[in-house]
Design a protein around this ligand. Structure first.
Ligand code: PRT
Ligand code: ZN
Length: 296
């Protein structure tokens, strides 16, 4: 393989993770020029390029060193990792907070669920045979895995399996197919993945930089800057009501010695109920602003 000095990140070309992945990278300050074939996007302001691919290809691209990083569902990454027993070819560097779903066992709606042991001898359809096999092994259940490439949820009706193991988010697909979610095998979301070993050249430095920016973006995603004014006498009561108990900065207001201005960064959302409670305690002129960036 040719040595590379530019970092290469694989993201899903289309599908559920494509847009949020690129949006996240752009919030980290990366700008890309998209080429006409749209498979390769050259990074305009940093030595970081994008490769737009099918999500299933991302673990392999990392393992082969074609890409240094990838944004992919934990479900896809773990499935690929289990396929190479012994070594751990990937590292989950950060959980990204979107693409949330779970890999679950689902039974026909009219069947009762008594626990994993009832699956003994049953045929289970899935596109995640490695994770299912691992879960069955851990639960000491001997069942038959029917590996399908898609449309898992219709297998019980077609008679090709007795039950399924598939991704669930809202549960609507299961309900539409008269299936019921029982055991959850794993919780998934989009993650930033890398090779087990970081590159020891400029690319390693770029990864460090990117991770720092990513932490900044992920930390502020749920943060709000709260500003308000209040009579000095109400300060203690208001501080008690600040969501998440942040440390506030309190300043004086020129010409109004009995009043103060307060500002603080609340981690987690600030609700109308929070604001109303602070208003009852004496706060006025409350402002809640999204936080764009944060560097500790
Ligand atoms: O073309 P490419 O191969 O890249 O895309 P894909 O079709 O394989 O993947 P895509 O875009 O459907 O999903 C990409 C990733 O999104 C998955 O690997 C998961 O990490 C994540 N994700 C989050 C989901 C879901 N939620 C999800 N609900 N992936 C799939 N589903 C499917 C599920 O398989 C089932 O068919 O949606 C259906 C269930 O949804 P509910 O809402 O009805 O429960
Ligand atoms: Zn796929």
């Amino acid at each position: 393989m040719m040595p590379r000095d530019r970092l290469r990140i694989a993201v899903q070309k289309s599908g559920r993770l494509g847009d949020p992945s690129r949006e996240l990278l752009s919030r980290c300050g990366l700008k890309f020029r998209s080429s006409r074939d749209k498979l390769f996007c050259f990074g305009e302001n940093m030595a970081v390029d994008l490769l737009l691919v099918r999500d299933d290809d991302i673990p392999g691209l990392i393992a082969d060193g074609v890409c240094d990083l990838g944004v992919v569902g934990r479900n896809v990454l773990d499935e690929a990792a289990l396929a190479t027993p012994g070594e751990m070819p990937y590292r989950e560097l950060r959980a990204l907070g979107f693409g949330g779903c779970r890999l679950s066992i689902a039974l026909p709606q009219d069947e009762a669920w008594t626990g994993p042991q009832q699956l003994a001898g049953k045929r289970i359809a899935t596109t995640y045979p490695n994770q299912l096999a691992d879960w069955l092994r851990r639960n000491e259940v001997d069942a038959q895995i029917v590996t399908l490439s898609g449309s898992v949820e219709i297998a019980p009706r077609l008679g090709t399996a007795d039950l399924i193991c598939d991704l669930v988010s809202s549960g609507a697909t299961l309900a539409a197919n008269q299936l019921r979610e029982t055991a959850v095998i794993m919780q998934s979301e989009a993650v930033l993945a890398g090779a087990a070993e970081m590159p020891r050249d400029e690319r390693g430095d770029l990864i460090e930089l990117l991770l720092r920016r990513l932490d900044g973006v992920l930390n502020v995603r749920e943060s709000r800057l709260l500003m308000l004014k209040a009579p000095r006498a109400a300060l203690a009561a208001i501080v008690d009501l600040l969501p998440g108990r942040p440390l506030p900065t309190v300043t004086t207001i020129e010409g109004r010695p009995d009043d103060i201005a307060l500002q603080c960064v609340c981690s987690g959302n600030v609700s109308w109920q929070d604001l109303e409670a602070m208003k009852r305690a004496g706060a006025q002129g409350m402002l809640v602003l999204p936080v764009e960036m944060m560097l500790a």
